[in-house]
Design a protein around this ligand. Sequence first.
Ligand code: PMP
Length: 393
Amino acid sequence: MRAALPDLAARAASVAGSPVRDILALTARPEVISFAGGLPAAELFDAEPIREAFARVLTEAPRRALQYSTTEGDPGLRAATAGRLTARGLPTDPDELLVTSGSQQALTLLATALLEPGDVVLVENPTYLAALQCFSFAGARIVPVPGDEDGLDPAALDALVERERPKLLYTIPTFQNPTGRTLPAERRRAVAEVAERRGLWIVEDDPYGELRFEGEPVPWIASRPEAADRTVLLGSFSKIMAPGLRLGWLRAPAALRRACVIAKQAADLHSTTVDQMAAARYLTDSDLDAHLARVRDAYRERRDALLAGLGEALPEGSRWNRPDGGMFIWASLPEGCDATERLRVAVEHDVAYVPGAPFFAGEPDRATMRLTFVTHTPEEIAEGLRRLAKALH
Ligand code: PMP
């Protein structure tokens, strides 16, 4: 007789995987042109200089590169990252940074450090799916903040904070995932003031800010004096260097940062020593900014290729935006259309996108979709759009 095993934790059963994953699994076929996954352009990775950085680190300091290291992160990588932040207008000491295994881990660490089951987390609607999953795992109650084409509405935020007493606001103010939207400076100031007046943490997630092709950078919420002591800024090397490195960082006030360090000890002790040292070495020996300039030029061209053909590809009455950077365009099919249902037909035509529905907290807008414009060349994008036109008309 074999006794039944105890149940999985309730949270494991309650947090759903992405409902479109099965359909998107079909897009792994090489013939599919995918506007779906948020994959940076692989042919633009700075592969040879990164290979050299790994070779140097493993040749010159193998005993350190292959050894356990500190939870806070490689000193060279923290110094280089602090230098970049300072140069971009946010004075930062290396000690203010914690290196994380992708910014995804920063979200988990913050959830561990800040959230009790039942705590309220405010989010943009729609927002990054894996952040929703992360906060759900922590048992948070997720409440969407109303907004518009420019992002969340600070007055609505103020009213919600008064009513819901949230622990934190999670926001992606620049080239948001999934909408590509950027919160204007004036609203950032207003958000910082709400946090100052009412008392809440702001988690400012910024993996896309350095992918700006046009317009002026908008200062971080973290740089507002009103919110400096209550804002955690998250960054990532995924979109500017390579996502396979799994390297990100968080910049947080001291007490919260220490709590995140302890949470990280429990999670993975530290991010990989060799990857951190190689990334630091790359930042010293190579020119990330020159590389980024090439990436931005290519991405601008790809965005324009997608915008140029979208009008013909989507049914009449569809709408979409034109972000100044990042990786995503957000589109809405005419009212009554369901982008999830249409995806099946699109995949039959060897083209894919992500339906918008899973990105919503609460009632989704089923007509919406996210299109990633960076993964394919302009020629492939044009072909993908021809297929999309056939599938959707
Ligand atoms: N935050 C946002 C808004 C993202 O879009 C992503 C990746 N798609 C992440 C965090 C996680 O990125 P990574 O762990 O690769 O740094």
